[in-house]
Design a protein around this ligand. Sequence first.
Ligand SMILES: [Cu+2]
Length: 190
Amino acid sequence: MAIRALASLLVSACLGSACLIAVACASEPGGHNGHAGSASSAGGSTGVGDSTGVGGGGGQDGQGGGAQGSGSDSYVAGLAKEGTSHVYRFVLVESAPIPKYTGPYTWTVKLTDLDGNATSGASLVAEPRMELHAHGTSPPLFDATPTGEPGTYTLGGMDLFMPGVWTVYLRVMEGDALKDEVAFRFDLEG
Ligand SMILES: [Cu+2]
């Protein structure tokens, strides 16, 4: 019953090519279960304003309510994170619009080294994913374009089409090799 309600919500919310993905996603609850144990944390119980996401509480199934609580970030302009390989610092200078509702997003990102020196000329790529649903966007990857400001890039047209937690991976590539990576996570309403 909950599944059916979720599915109809998704179907009514979907647009264009995103539709196929949303329907497939809703009709395969097995995909949710696969990730629920490790990723959902205590979504079902809190769901409100918890930005820490630590503590694998509850054994709550990741479906439905679990999508609200997977350790999403609280957006502020200039939100900065160090890459997992500790080479770069990734600054989300601005998200337009601010991460709240589903729809197309344009991000301005600044890349610096760990001393704060702007890194221009990098190959920066974004991949938005809904990890709980095992899908991304169409197209799956977005190449950043330099804005002209030192170390600053624009990522445009990322269509985060579905309510729930989106993980946007930002990767600095050197040819085919990954130099550093970071993940920004936002929980969107429909
Ligand atoms: Cu999804």
